[in-house]
Design a protein around this ligand. Structure first.
Ligand code: DGP
Length: 114
């Protein structure tokens, strides 16, 4: 489990400000401070799970909810095509150890990614 004193834990507590896009009882979505596209939003659970690789069966409903929130954010942002990415572990580029989904869009997205 992630500690609630990660950067995103401090955003959840209001200690660090963010540009909120969507919030509900289980999640918060806010703009990435270093956007990789015209739309780059992070969706995080309020529960501090460190990374997807540490999620368990008890998180099944929450993980499904986060995917639906990502799709809701894409709709709110007017995106027709978009990508969601979850970096799990430092070797995959994860830098903040509080699970988060990137929602990226607003420009052509090549596949496979670089
Ligand atoms: P990752 O590399 O998958 O762990 O993504 C972490 C993202 O968090 C990265 O795209 C930049 C973003 N980020 C880092 N610090 C802050 C912050 O203080 N505020 C916001 N909104 N985003 C941040």
């Amino acid at each position: 489990m992630a500690s609630s004193d990660t950067l995103f834990g401090r955003i959840l507590s209001g200690e660090i400000p963010c540009q909120e896009v969507y919030a509900d009882d289980l999640s918060l979505a806010f703009r990435d401070v270093n956007p990789q596209a015209p739309v780059h939003v992070l969706v995080i659970p309020r529960e501090p799970i460190a990374q997807l690789g540490e999620a368990t069966a008890e998180h099944q409903a929450l993980l499904g909810h986060l995917l639906l929130v990502a799709a809701k954010v894409a709709r709110l942002e007017g995106l027709e095509s978009w990508r969601t990415v979850i970096n799990s572990g430092a070797g995959a580029g994860q830098t903040v150890f509080h699970l988060h989904l990137h929602v990226i869009g607003g420009r052509p997205l090549a596949w496979p990614p670089g």
